[in-house]
Design a protein around this ligand. Structure first.
Ligand code: URA
Length: 236
């Protein structure tokens, strides 16, 4: 892959920022300064960006159980945000969350510096299932809306009607259900629930593809195992 693309995919900056950095001599590949943005780098090369190791071999992957009232952002002046949970030893590694959860949504966020994987997981093109556990107020759902949801409903709560991709609904007891989406339109689960006249009380993402919220304390990061990383990459 071109060196500038690999660096941009790793979250070092935009394509033009990293091109500039390469030309100025800020990038080494296997110990040699490379000034050609089109240089063909391998995933396994030892790459540094202004002295920091970036090679694809050093991509980092964490699961994070996002608490309530935390913004999905790396920095925010007013609110607590995901970046506040990144420990000092991981600062400067260009980590960022994959996709976005609302301020009041809890649960699974994947945090990585693998920009290409991040892009693929969030792209509707790859149909990666994301499961949300919902508790809601209002009369309990019954099976009759499942078929409609599986065909893709049209929301009319904003200026323009929005057609949603097919999704699945699993009804549970006690006003709980699981909604599985393969896209991530703004507030999609909350809007589906209110489309049917109910209100979300709590919303929690419980999985992304095969990756589940296991063995992670709320508010802490857990490194993915090799198997989990391979499973994620196998989805494409
Ligand atoms: N759908 C929502 O409504 N909110 C989220 O945070 C995620 C999916």
């Amino acid at each position: 892959m071109r060196l500038d693309r690999l660096l941009a995919n790793s979250g070092c900056g935009t394509r033009s920022t990293v091109k500039d950095a390469i030309v100025k001599g800020g990038v080494t590949v296997n110990g040699a300064v490379i000034r050609d943005p089109a240089f063909k780098a391998e995933e396994t090369d030892d790459i540094t960006y202004f002295g920091e190791s970036i090679g694809a071999g050093s991509f980092l992957y964490f699961v994070f159980d996002k608490p309530d009232e935390v913004l999905t952002a790396m920095e925010d002046k007013r609110h607590k945000c995901v970046g506040d949970y990144i420990t000092d030893d991981l600062k400067g590694k260009h980590l960022s969350p994959v996709g976005r959860l609302d301020y009041h949504t809890t649960g699974l966020l994947l945090i990585t510096n693998d920009g290409e994987l991040s892009h693929k997981i969030t792209s509707p093109r790859y149909l990666i299932p994301k499961r949300y556990l919902v508790s809601y107020e209002g009369s309990p759902f019954d099976d009759d809306i499942k078929e409609e949801l599986s065909r893709g409903i049209t929301l009319t709560d904003m200026d323009k009607p929005v057609k949603l991709a097919p999704c699945t609904l699993e009804i549970r007891e006690n006003n709980e259900c699981i909604i599985t989406l393969t896209e991530g339109k703004t507030h999609e689960v909350r809007r589906i629930i209110s489309h049917y006249g109910r209100t979300v009380s709590t919303l929690r993402r419980i999985s992304i593809g095969h990756l589940e919220l296991e063995a992670v304390e709320p508010g802490s990061l857990r490194k993915l195992t090799k198997e989990e990383i391979l499973q994620l990459k196998d989805m494409f």
